[in-house]
Design a protein around this ligand. Structure first.
Ligand code: AHR
Length: 506
């Protein structure tokens, strides 16, 4: 397939908010315990956190990290996680049918984030709790006046405020599975009064109201409209959550997942702007796409995998430990391209999740840590993405999707910065290589000089189900694109079928 495109640095989408490269850590399975925190592991520091995991999280390049859930937060008492560790209560975690030991709480997690170099994005419990407890947590975390809560914070070793800017008003409150699930009206009212109260305490917070848990939710659309009618003046962001998986062995259909994400974002923007219009307001509500990934949540018969209720009340059970193959990583790379293509309205996003739980990083207790296939598109995109997202329209023909009709075979976006341009491109075809030719004449004109390829990376495996495992942790990796070159002011390269690539020009 011929894939013709042009790259004009003036075809700007928006500046990129680095929070688009966020992550998500939930108290779930082996994410915290036997994941990032494993006292006694040879790589663990005196605080119990594994240095090998810290190094991989740094290499991944995540900006903000959402914490502590997820479904977990809707039953969480944050006070259980502060004070002397040996006095902290063990609790049942109803969301994941596990026992929470509370060895890690706000202080420990914030200290870990300091080592990783990421910012905290905090979720409050609006499932089993309400405005008062959200205010308690905000005062404990952010207040600088001397109060009973800030005295406790100081006594617990943190006199200075944690200064958390981004706050999620609960989690997936549209979901029947959520503790405290309620309808859009009830949630909208609760979120509005909680947001107003939180802003009275700290006007500097940025607030995320819960949108839908997926575009396929029966209340999708009406949920966003009702919730925003209640909270429009009180919040900055509305959340989107979406997970994708191959079903029935239909790889071509799976490779259209980016279109679903695109429709999701564009629908939520349309609804938010409709609410703005009815309120005669110029305010733009932004999207926090604060859960996205590939997740094999359903089996081929439509049943649910990872049913935690079948596993008793264990501490840190193996839950949601998906093993990602090369095809998953290509779809994942396309999802990142889609987020960047909407950088004007997606101002925050969180890859769900980080370690062991539907994660780019895996660990074995007492053993190694390794990179899953999805690690590579994330780390490379985060590292190479510049300040500004730029459109790259590609003409490479289409394939027919059962859900979306004609879908572009090749999808791309670029970013620019003072030193050069980065291109991210995916070949979604399961059969055809794409002969890419991108006209760079507008770029060359703008720069007043020629450009060269300074680095290139491709993720592709002839066996698209190849994965990295404990036994074979480096089976799938990234290779340079062998035939990439500049020819007659065009960037030329061949993208194998089912491949994701990144090219840096300077
Ligand atoms: O990321 C796993 C789970 O997916 C989260 O706890 C929940 O918010 C979503 O349903």
């Amino acid at each position: 397939t011929e894939a013709r495109a042009r790259l004009d640095p003036h075809d700007v989408i928006a500046d990129i908010d680095r929070r688009i490269f966020g992550g998500f850590v939930e108290h779930l399975g082996r994410h915290i315990y036997d994941g990032i925190f494993e006292p006694g592991h040879p790589a663990a520091g005196p605080d119990g956190f594994r240095q090998d995991v810290i190094d991989l999280v740094k290499e991944l390049g995540v900006s903000t990290i959402r914490y502590p859930g997820g479904n977990f937060v809707s039953g969480y008492r944050w006070e259980d996680g502060i004070g002397p560790v040996d006095e902290r209560p063990r609790r049942l975690d109803l969301a994941w049918h596990s026992t929470e030991t509370n060895e890690v709480g706000l202080h420990e997690f914030a200290a870990w984030l300091d080592e990783v170099g990421s910012d905290l994005m905090m979720a409050v419990n609006l499932g089993t709790r309400g405005t008062a407890e959200a205010l308690d947590l905000l005062e404990y975390a952010n207040a600088s006046a001397q109060t009973a809560w800030t005295d406790r914070r100081a006594a617990n070793g943190h006199p200075d405020p944690f200064a958390v800017t981004m706050w999620c008003l609960g989690n997936e409150m549209d979901g029947w599975w959520q503790l405290g699930h309620r309808n859009a009206d009830d949630y909208g009212k609760l979120a509005s009064r909680t947001a107003k109260a939180m802003r009275m305490l700290d006007p500097g917070v940025e607030l995320v109201v819960c949108g839908s848990s997926g575009r396929g939710m029966p209340t999708f659309g009406s949920w966003e409209r009702t919730v925003l009618e209640h909270t429009f003046d009180d919040v900055d962001f509305i959340s989107c959550h979406s997970y994708y998986q191959e079903r029935g062995g239909n790889a071509q259909e799976f490779l259209a997942s980016g279109v679903d994400m695109q429709k999701f974002i564009e629908s939520v923007v349309a609804i938010a702007d409709t609410v703005a219009a009815t309120k005669k307001s110029d305010k733009q509500i932004m999207i926090s796409f604060d859960e996205w990934n590939v997740w094999y949540l359903f089996d081929d018969d439509g049943g649910q995998n990872d049913k935690p209720e079948e596993k008793g009340w264990p501490v840190a059970p193996r839950l949601l430990e998906d093993q990602y193959h090369a095809l998953d990583a290509v779809v994942f790379g396309d999802l990142l391209i889609t987020l960047l293509q909407h950088a004007d309205r997606v101002r925050s996003a969180s890859l769900a999740q980080l370690v062991n739980v539907i994660a780019p990083i895996m660990t074995e207790p007492g053993g190694p840590a390794w990179r899953q296939t999805t690690f590579f598109p994330f780390s490379i995109t985060s590292r190479l993405a510049g300040d500004t997202a730029v459109r790259v329209p590609v003409d490479a023909g289409t394939f027919t999707s059962e859900r979306f009709g004609e879908v572009a075979k090749v999808n791309a976006v670029a970013t620019t910065d003072a030193d050069g341009v980065s291109l991210f491109v995916v070949n979604r075809s399961t059969t055809d290589a794409a002969d890419l030719s991108i006209d760079l004449s507008a770029l060359v004109r703008e720069l007043g000089r020629d450009v060269t390829v300074v680095e290139s990376h491709v993720l592709h495996e002839d066996d698209r189900y190849a994965a990295n495992t404990l036994a074979e942790p480096d089976r799938v990796g990234i290779r340079p694109l062998t035939d990439v070159r500049i020819k007659d002011a065009a960037l030329v390269a061949t993208l194998p079928p089912v491949s994701w690539a990144a090219i840096r020009l300077a």
